[in-house]
Design a binder for this molecule. Structure first.
Ligand code: CO
Length: 466
């Protein structure tokens, strides 16, 4: 039955991550939050791995402080974050006690909806985070990393959706990070999922390949409950379809979002100069604004394409780009045909570069390639190539259990390691995810505080500069 479609706005997380390398500062966001809060979005996506990393590494901001400011400003709107399953917001699997504490603190600081995904769609890697979110009273959403390949049939997707519902997740997201879901396939997929489960279905895609708004249209007609969009100045290209366009598309139909265009236009006015500045500085590359048809042809996510380009540039081997692009699907097949999303996209991409540049496949293998072959990231949908296994890991026996079962509790050690810098409970979590980057940030923060103390001190002495 047709019903209004709900909108999740991505400007504060995915849109700025996809277009300007997650460099938007809290200061640039805060002035518009009150207006955003009046729109009536289903949720605002505002936090995740890249925003967390970028805050500490480039913007010299405390990501927890940013979240608290969002929470203060968004009085009516749900705040959503993206969570990499057992990898939390980082790049390696963590012990359950770290996952649980991270979820607890995220919710305590203001998160309402936790979107949890695993790069292999191995549901065992999501269970701890889902349980923790449910325990903290947050909405737990499991995102299916969408991809194409022999294994990824409608039966595969409906089977996994049923298991997600049984796991106790509150909703399912189809997470199409590369923009591979074309309109009529979306129609089939959403119809099949709606017939299989009762929990809401959300669709998240990127405009990279140029089909995204058509995909949303067909998905909405097929009954999808929520779509992810970005306010127009940071829409399209490698980001999401524009919020205003989707709102207008469904106006006056049974799918009408009910969102007010005049409010959306104020939000667009706020972000337009930020986009113009990013274009001027080169932070926003016009190349990311168009249609990248290679994504559809090679099924490689946009972010991965740009990583490959820069890796090859560093090696002075830009002429090997197409050789690497052809190697990517072969490596993916060798490794059990995983979806390509952080961190599997990096693992497959880097190994493909090695294979091409060394002139012999798997002459050199990265630690991550070894680990994925050893089962340390979890189970893949298809078996891995036996010859490749033999060449890379020899006689080592891969694990078959849930990878985190082999990781001892970590919180005590982590707390000890960063005790000298910690100023708040949450600091140990920043340290857990990005030990070096967080330590540098803590030192920077200490130096700033010393500076402020010194200035205040000199002010008291009457010598404060005027
Ligand atoms: Co995305």
């Amino acid at each position: 039955m047709a019903k209004p479609v709900k909108i999740t706005e991505t400007i504060l997380r995915d849109a700025q991550q996809s277009l300007i390398a997650t460099r938007m500062s809290t200061e640039e966001m805060l002035p518009i939050i009150e207006t955003m809060d009046q729109v009536g979005y289903h949720a605002v996506e505002c936090w995740g791995g890249a925003t967390f990393d970028s805050c500490l590494r480039f913007l010299k901001e405390d990501p927890w402080e940013r979240l608290r400011k969002f929470r203060d400003g968004f009085k009516n709107t749900k705040l959503q974050m993206l969570f990499r399953g057992q990898n939390i917001l980082g790049y390696r699997p963590y012990a359950d006690d770290v996952v649980e504490y991270f979820v607890q603190k995220s919710v305590a600081n203001g998160i309402d909806i936790i979107r949890i995904f695993d790069c292999l769609n191995d549901l065992r890697n999501l269970q701890t985070a889902v349980n923790a979110a449910n325990k903290e009273g947050a909405h737990s959403q499991i995102a299916l990393s969408y991809t194409l390949g022999d294994a990824y049939t409608l039966d595969y997707w409906t089977g996994i959706a049923k298991r997600i519902e049984d796991m106790g997740a509150d909703s399912i997201c189809i997470k199409d990070m590369a923009g591979l879901l074309v309109p009529y396939e979306a129609s089939k997929l959403v119809t099949a999922l709606k017939e299989t489960v009762d929990i809401p279905i959300e669709l998240h895609t990127h405009y990279t390949s140029g089909v995204a708004s058509m995909t949303y249209l067909k998905a909405v007609e097929a009954g999808v409950d929520i779509i992810d969009t970005a306010i127009s100045p940071f829409a399209m290209g490698t980001s999401q379809p524009a919020t205003e366009v989707m709102v207008e598309t469904f106006k006056g139909t049974p799918y009408d979002t009910g969102l007010d265009q005049s409010k959306l236009s104020l939000i667009a006015d706020h972000f337009r100069p930020i986009r113009d500045k990013a274009l001027e500085s080169g932070l926003l590359n016009p190349k990311n604004m168009g249609v990248d048809i290679q994504t559809l042809l090679y099924q490689v996510p946009g972010g991965m394409l740009s990583n490959l380009t820069s890796q090859l540039k560093e090696q002075g081997a830009e002429d090997k780009f197409y050789d690497v692009l052809k190697e990517v699907p072969r490596v993916r097949k060798d490794l059990g045909e995983p979806p390509l999303v952080t961190p599997s996209s990096q693992i497959v991409g880097t190994q493909s570069v090695f294979n091409v540049l060394m002139g012999e496949r798997y002459k050199m293998a990265t630690k991550e390639t070894k680990d994925i072959l050893l089962g340390k990231y979890g189970a893949t949908v298809k078996p891995m190539d036996e010859d490749v296994k033999k060449k890379v890991i020899g006689d080592q026996e891969p694990i078959t259990c849930r990878p985190a079962d082999l990781i001892d509790p970590e919180m005590d050690t982590l707390r000890e390691e960063c005790a000298v810098y910690a100023k708040q409970d949450e600091d140990v979590l920043s340290y857990a995810l990005f030990p070096q980057v967080a330590t540098d940030f803590f030192k920077y923060r200490d130096a700033q505080e010393t500076k402020i103390d010194a200035e205040l001190g000199s002010k008291e002495n009457g010598s404060y500069p005027v």
